[in-house]
Design a protein around this ligand. Structure first.
Ligand SMILES: O=C(O)CCC(=O)C(=O)O
Ligand SMILES: [Fe+2]
Length: 206
């Protein structure tokens, strides 16, 4: 949806108007969240936005068909998102889990609630102040399940911008935990790796 909104004809008619309208609200909410997150880091409220964290918004609609043998597979296998943050809307079916202290915890659907996930990019630039969340979706007999994820990123087109931990957050007691990288390096590694259950972050760790 950003930076270049798609041609509406490319969005399935069944969800076209809703997707276009909903993504405008996701953008507005994202802007608000990035201001709050910047302030909570002790930074200027516009700091994260000035790092282009709202340049790209990818909206992905997931459809999980009912699964006859849910114990043999996953809806989505374990991963953390590569984004800065993800705004996730899930229906009432359930199945989303996050990893907390080595245990899988259900993120039960709450009518009207959105789930906000911290992604790997935000973990790197905040030097681990914010931690990305490992999550997965269980397959479900009761399905189908529908969710809509809005991933905030830079626009991800290869350019010369170098990213790494925000300098204002670093000190002698808190040295950088990640090396600097270009967007090309970041994106390439992520796609190559796929959702194999390992963390993308470790590639950039010092
Ligand atoms: O379907 C969900 O609830 C989560 C999907 C997800 O984790 C993702 O798209 O990255
Ligand atoms: Fe995810």
């Amino acid at each position: 949806m950003a930076p270049d909104p798609p041609n509406p004809d490319e969005i399935p008619l069944a969800c076209r108007d809703a997707m276009i309208e909903y993504s405008k609200h996701v953008m507005t909410l994202g802007g608000f969240l990035f201001e709050l997150l910047s302030e909570s880091l002790g930074l200027h409220s516009e700091m994260l936005k000035s790092m282009d964290c709202m340049k790209g918004l990818n909206m992905i609609g997931h459809y999980y068909p009912p699964c006859p043998q849910p114990d043999l597979t996953f809806g989505t296998s374990q991963h953390s998102d590569s984004s800065f943050i993800t705004i996730l809307l899930q229906d009432q079916i359930g199945g989303l889990q996050i990893l907390h202290k080595d245990s899988w915890v259900d993120v039960s659907p709450l009518p009207g609630a959105l789930v906000i996930n911290i992604g790997d990019f935000l973990q790197i630039i905040t030097n681990d102040k914010f931690k990305s969340v490992e999550h997965r979706v269980l397959a479900n007999r009761a399905g189908p399940r529908i969710s809509v994820a809005g991933f905030f990123s830079t626009n991800m087109l290869p350019n010369s911008t170098v990213y790494g931990p925000i300098k204002e957050l670093l000190s002698e007691e808190n040295p950088p935990k990640y090396k600097d990288f270009t967007l090309e390096e970041y994106t390439k590694g992520y796609i190559e790796k796929g959702l194999d259950g390992t963390s993308h972050l470790s590639r950039f760790k010092i």
